[in-house]
Ligand binder design. Sequence first.
Ligand code: F6P
Length: 343
Amino acid sequence: MKIGLLTSGGDCPGLNAVIRGAVLNGVKTYDDEFVGFRDGWRGVVEGDIMDLPRTKVRGLARTGGTILGTSRTNPFDGPHGGPENISIVLERHQVDAIVAIGGEGTLAGAKRLADAGLPVVGVPKTIDNDLQATDYTFGFDTAVSIATDAMDRLRTTGESHHRCMVAEVMGRHVGWIALHSGMSAGAHAVLIPEQQVPMSQVAEWVKEVHDRGRAPLVVVAEGFIPEGFDEVLHEKGTEKDGRPRLGGIGEYVTEEIERLTGIETRNTTLGHIQRGGAPTGFDRVLATRFGMAVVDMIHDKEWGRMVALKGTDVVRVEFAEALNNLKSVPQARWDEAKVLFGR
Ligand code: F6P
């Protein structure tokens, strides 16, 4: 078979490991041929394709980014979008199946194409870990590790100056990166979108920690909505598709802590550093397994499905299962973490 791979949406450590896993399994087990579509769905609708022989994926599991490039192009937009035109591109290049490696938006596009009868399957990816139907997505562990390392550093400088340090992390509308990195770094408060905490409570936690001689560390997810606000604070405008461009809540939280406690406070927004560089060992393994498994799924002609992690098993699920709603942090995980806040 000739299989076309694409990576779409925000990049994520582990994308290259998926590509390598797919190519190695396809070449070694089935004698498949591979091509890559450049820059996500743009490469599909415009027929912008590169060959992906085995030699191209050498040593790729340890590298960040994606050798295929990515974009947020919607496969239904533009003069060449839509299933009819995409079928023509696939026929012209004799591609038998598309593997869409992406998050919610990418998989929603993949589902619509599969529903229209195209041979499309998926691999879930996001550092945010917000997709239903899979226990973990690769990239999340790397983001948590990078954020933890940054927070360890913030804690040492914070202790020297007896300051409160605020770290803003990514995660869009869920708090998984904040919860895990905050717990891992020993944060004294973690603020997540799923919980509307009043700033007076945050100030109380910070004061308690400061009063016992420690430099408080507050972790805030970019999608956190403080009590009294109706929606997420975003001053950076919106994306082309209307989604808010998040980031900036850390500054607000910092100013409020300083105003309410009088303790000198500094903000650090970690931003895209969380998505860059080499994947962790966990993410390399998960991404490699996903890449290998999706090729097996193609040979079983299970179109309209994606691979997912359940416990330690890689399984196959319908696209729809991942797209129902976001996988948010459950109340029990927040209650558990909260015991560690403040005093
Ligand atoms: O979904 C992954 C993510 O990194 C989010 O955590 C973040 O809000 C967003 O992408 C940033 O997107 P961009 O790279 O377009 O700025």
